[in-house]
Design a protein around this ligand. Structure first.
Ligand code: PRX
Length: 633
């Protein structure tokens, strides 16, 4: 049986059963039949969750770019691999066929080599959504360098932390980036980051906006000056299955960001398999994921998943609101997009603009719609279904994480029915379970619990860069022999999962993971601030927004000014995405007798659930609750 294409519910059930009953046999066959290997594995999977030791396809040899590029160049060289739609609709778009993309990737790989980059070196990529971002990522993979893409909306401080943590030797950036009608000076942000970085970097600069910039002698190099003199062939580095492919940082509930490490073979197999089936991609389709490659969604479902399937994948540089709110729909019609994958926050933002922006859109080409990054509320789901899918496109609500590498829970068009607000069923090989507070498995239906996964899947992260202990503690120590996701979920009587949200101190704002600790650290640097606590509260468009409770060291005369200064500090330390929507000054924070801030109470107040504060009598300072309630915003 061809186990690669899942085209009926019967087949899904057969494959699901064999993948969970005999995982080694299942993945052995799937990986053998569908990918190019330089050497086969000695063991399919080896794992010990206690030590967080996981390996897939041990001793196998491969290069992921051969699977994403060379094999398609042999079969179908003229097929379009990447369509690039610029920020400005008046600028001409660009398309790269598989053979053109291979040439671009090889040239970029040779530039990296000429700058001294070798297998295992870390390369930090801080670029807007331009084709060179794709070339850079794939060029690293070509030569075995480990890419660490940092979303180009992060501040210089956040960038510096990430550069130092992975000790990269080279950073690839551009002079500037276009975002709607704004230009962001990326090179200046990199310059500022390098002022504070401890590790020495070379900088490779792509020209995009023609901003003026300072080029530092023997540190900064223009891509334009190097690209013409390199060869357009670059032999792929033969990688071990478990060699790191990339590091991608994600926020934790405490301290500094976690550099999640993904490795070559398992990541390739799983992202490829999920892409093909969850989006039901057919050979002539045009697929568009609106995420940024700076996030895991872009890694797995703009680049590696689609390209390993020989798909046509669209990259959009701009924003949904520029030149106006019809931009997404114009792009769908312009390229006859068949699969469209976006975030609930974008859907809510567009729905709010009204249907006028849809009146000239045909949207006839669409076959499958997708969402990712946060729970989608019913209203947004219905709007998406009615107005974009015209009630004929299945909606895949895909649940997964930076750590999981690929989608773990989702419906599959015409195979597993969708259900509004439910991610629905586990993908092949995935064994999700719900756990109660005492760590026991919940087997009954219609119940809420903490979501864990029982058995490894090929694209699970292997470690946190430089801190394996933290990896064990965060994901494998809460419950025996299980991966703990940090999310809560509800399971209905048909086995459909609905994700209820984070159960730790991570808050998802507009689909971005934000840890409370680093934001509080940033606020506490303000000279007037004594202490702060951040919680999330429901927001119409962002899903959640941030509410800060702040105590000051002395009297504050101009609250407006301090609010502004606090948000500037956050912008500086982390990036504008972490700014607070509301800041309430208070004379104290509710604390337990051991001095821990009771965020549960603050969360309720921020969400205006005043009658539901629970028992506050055990607090060290119960009287503060009334004050906070009275002054809440
Ligand atoms: O809370 C879940 C939420 O996003 C978290 C993972 O964030 P990140 O690592 O940034 O990856 C986002 C893109 C994969 C999860 O722990 N999340 C992600 N997808 C969904 C979701 N919550 C509900 N429904 C989803 N479909």
């Amino acid at each position: 049986m061809n186990n690669y294409t899942i085209d009926s519910n019967k087949k899904y059930l057969e494959l699901y059963n064999s993948s969970t009953q005999s995982p080694e046999k299942f993945w052995d066959k799937l990986a053998s039949n569908n990918f190019v290997w330089n050497k086969k594995w000695s063991k399919v999977v080896d794992w010990d969750f206690k030590k967080a030791k996981i390996s897939w396809f041990k001793d196998a040899k491969l290069n992921i770019t051969v699977n994403c590029l060379d094999r398609h160049v042999i079969k179908n060289p003229q097929k379009t691999a990447i369509i690039f739609e610029p920020n400005n609709p008046n600028e001409k778009h660009k398309s790269y066929s598989y053979s053109e993309l291979l040439v671009e990737v090889c040239k970029m790989a040779n530039v990296l080599k000429s700058m001294g980059v070798k297998k295992g070196d870390r390369v930090c990529i801080y670029l807007p959504m331009i084709p060179e971002l794709a070339f850079s990522v794939l060029a690293c993979a070509r030569i075995g360098a480990i890419h660490s893409v940092v979303f180009a909306g992060f501040s210089s401080n956040a960038l510096a932390t990430r550069i130092d943590d992975c000790e990269s030797s080279l950073i690839i950036t551009s002079d500037g980036s276009y975002r709607g009608d704004k230009i962001l000076n990326l090179k200046q942000i990199v310059d500022d980051a390098l002022e504070i970085c401890e590790t020495k970097q070379k900088v490779l600069v792509v020209k995009r906006t023609n901003e003026s910039m300072n080029l530092k002698h023997e540190r900064d190099y223009l891509l334009n000056d190097l690209i013409d003199s390199v060869n357009d062939v670059c032999e792929p580095e033969i990688m071990d299955a478990e060699d790191p492919l990339f590091i991608l940082y994600t926020s934790g509930s405490t301290g500094k960001p976690k550099g999640m490490v993904h490795t070559c073979a398992g990541y390739m197999v799983y992202t490829s398999y999920t892409f093909k089936n969850i989006f039901q991609y057919q050979p002539e389709d045009v697929y568009w994921c609106t995420a940024d490659i700076g996030w895991i969604t872009g890694h797995s479902y703009i680049l590696y998943g689609p390209l390993s399937n020989g798909a046509t994948t669209l990259m959009f540089e701009g924003v949904p609101s520029y030149p106006d709110f019809s931009r997404f729909w114009q792009i769908v019609d312009k390229y006859k997009v068949n699969q469209f994958y976006t975030a609930p926050t974008a859907i809510r933002g567009l729905a709010k603009q009204g249907d006028d922006f849809l009146k000239d859109a045909s949207l006839k080409s669409l076959k499958v719609l997708g969402t990712v990054g946060e729970p989608i509320n019913e209203e947004a789901w219905e709007w998406y279904d009615n107005n974009i899918g015209k009630n004929k496109c299945p909606i895949v609500d895909t649940w997964w994480q930076t750590e999981t590498g690929g989608i773990l829970i989702s419906s599959i068009p015409n195979v597993i029915p969708d259900k509004p607000t439910f991610a629905t069923k586990p993908f092949i090989g995935i064994q999700p379970i719900l756990i109660d507070d005492s760590g026991d498995e919940l087997n009954e239906a219609n119940i809420v619990g903490k979501l864990c996964i029982k058995y490894p899947w090929p694209s699970i992260a292997r470690t946190i860069w430089g801190n394996h202990e933290r990896y064990i503690n965060t994901y494998f120590s809460a419950y025996d022999n299980m991966y703990f996701t940090g999310d809560g979920a509800f399971k209905d009587d048909e086995g459909n999962f609905r994700i209820t949200g984070r159960v730790d101190d991570v808050i998802i704002v507009s689909g971005h993971n934000l840890g409370t600790a680093p934001i509080e650290d940033a606020i506490n640097e303000h000279k007037k601030v004594a202490e702060s606590a951040i919680v999330g509260f429901p927001h119409d468009i962002k899903g959640n927004a941030l509410y800060g409770f702040v105590t000051s060291k002395d009297e504050i005369n101009d609250e407006k000014l301090i609010r502004k200064e606090i948000n500037n500090l956050i912008s500086n330390k982390i990036g504008p995405i972490a700014k607070l929507d509301k800041i309430q000054f208070t004379s104290g924070l509710p604390k337990t007798r051991s001095g821990k801030i009771m965020r549960r109470i603050l969360r309720k107040i921020a969400s205006k659930q005043y009658d539901d504060l629970g028992d506050i009598s055990t607090l060290l300072n119960p009287e503060i609750v009334q004050e906070i309630k009275d002054n809440s915003i």
